[in-house]
Structure formats: structure tokens, C-alpha cells
Design a protein around this ligand. Sequence first.
Ligand code: SAM
Length: 321
Amino acid sequence: MASSHTAEGSDGGDGFDAAKQGSLPLDFLGNVPSDLPAVTVGLVSPTVGYGLFAARDIGKNEFIFTEAPLMTGLYNEMYVADPSLVHSQHQAYREALAHSRFELNTAFPLLAARNGFHPLSYNEAQRVLVTTIGKNLIHGRLGATTVSQVEYESYSSRFHVAEFPLEEDSRRAALDFFKHYAFQARRRGLLGRSLAGGIGRSSPLDPPASAVAAADAVGLTTANPSTNEACIYLLGSLINHCCTPAGGGAPDAWLGPNCEWRIGSSGLAQFVPPRHICVQARRAIKQGEQLTWDYGKREKSFVCECANCRRNLVAHYCRVL
Ligand SMILES: C[S@@+](CC[C@H](N)C(=O)[O-])C[C@H]1O[C@@H](n2cnc3c(N)ncnc32)[C@H](O)[C@@H]1O
């Protein structure tokens, strides 16, 4: 989703002062998540993979959770065109492996397989899904996972494990992964502040120095305005897409996306500094319902299985029969 979920930088135009790191806008505070677990990880289907589900009834406009990124790389569309430029995401991935191997390999089994990691056993994965996959939550809490052993094993065994991946294959896997799972934050001074003075990483959420050096080596950081930061979230990056129904309609009644990423008064997707992402309910969500949002216009590399597409498919067959 790096080509995709583009959010404004945290200091971008909604009246929210990025300098007050850790503070939250008033409309967030009015809807701050309750202490009850808000989300749970489940498996939607073998083709869709994981998704997030409401662990309890959630009110309209409620801020469901805010989460810090697991890893931050840099992203530029040029990476896709020229494989020799692809290093930054791989560096970010390698650093994240050093501190979050179990979470990474459980949440993102395809990436793990392409890097030669065999799936965790169900018991190991269950432990991660219950205890540590929510470790970057700032607000909101994780409920018990609904992933059963049968579901987990049929999903995780789908991926071919590369026995001896070459460095090049591993880099390509990291790029593909960032493309589909990352949220891009426009740099808007964030990088400028931490990198311009050559002081390297100013916060654990910055892209690691190795990722920046890799991008710098090919001229894609400070000099290039179309290079963005790309953040991966353990939970936020597991939310699936749902199409917005044609003609819109009242969000309360529709099958369309029930969430959006937003903060502040502008209604635009925004990051809460530093690079935290915040998910808000756009209508009341019932316990057990899957959380979804609209990925927007970006190229989708999957056959959509959202509620709207499934309904249209059924309607199509009903007309044909
Ligand atoms: C950001 S990830 C979401 C988490 C993903 N389900 C997983 O388990 O890794 C995006 C990927 O999820 C799948 N996906 C998301 N929404 C989907 C939808 N409506 N229909 C089918 N697949 C979907 C696609 O494979 C897509 O590339």
C-alpha cells in the first residue's frame, strides 16, 4: 500500500500542532478508546488472509486505536522501475527482524516465506496473536484472537518457503511488501529535521540509518521530493479493503467501509505524531464485524472479496439465473 495509503505529514494543515508530540486533538479526546479490548485479529479467508475485527460494539466516530509503526522505510515510485535502487525497505525490514521477529513472521507470513522463514507453529503464533501483536498500540486494546488451528495451518501453509533466498530476492520481497502494506507519510519536514543535520535517527520510529543510507546512495532521500516515508503497522497494516458503494449513501446503512484513518478537524487521513496512525469508526460497528476501509484509487493486485463486491456478484447471478 505504499503506493497507496498516502497521508499528510503530521504537521500538515489540520490545525493539530505536531510539535506537541504525544498530545491529541480535542475530538480525539472526546472519543478516546475505552479500556475494553477494541480489536481482535482473525482470518477472513485463505485468499484474503488476516483481518481485524471489532472485539466489542464500537460507537460511530469512536477512535478505535492509535498505533506506532513497527518499521519505517523510504519509498519512491522509482524503486518499482529500477531494481538496483531497492535497498531501503530491506534495511528497515532487517532492523525490524532484530527486535520483532516473531510478530513480523506471524503477521506477515508471505514476507517471512520469501525470506526463508518457515511458519511458526500454531501455539507460537497463538501466543503472538494473543500477547505481543498489539505491542505498538498507543490507545485501544487487543482482544483474544479468533484464529483457529485449522484456519492458521491452512493459511500459513499456502506460502512457498524460499530455502536459500538470494539477497536480491529478499530485497524484492521487501519492496513488494512495502508496496502493499505500508502507509506513506509525506516527508514535510519530518525527515528534514532528523536527517538534515546528519544526526541520523532521532527517534526509534524514524527510518533506520541503514535504510536512509541505502536510499541516499542512490540519490532518493533528501534530494528527492517524491521520496516518502513508508510505515508498516502490526495491526493497522492488517486492515482489509472494502469498496465504497456507487452513489455513496448513508454510512450508517451501507455495506461500505466502516473505518477511516483520520485525526483532527480536516477529515483528511492524518498521522498522529510521531508517525502514529489512528483508526476511527465512520459508523457504529457491531462486535465481530470486520474493520475495513477503502484503499482508494490505487492499483489493486487482488480480486476484491468485500461485502459490496460479494453482494453485486450474488445480484449478478440472480439476474442471470
Ligand atoms: C494491507 S494487506 C491487508 C492484510 C492482509 N489480509 C494479510 O493478511 O496480510 C492488503 C492485502 O490484503 C488482501 N486484501 C485486502 N482487502 C481485500 C479484499 N477486499 N478482497 C480480497 N483481498 C483483500 C490483498 O491480498 C491485499 O494485497
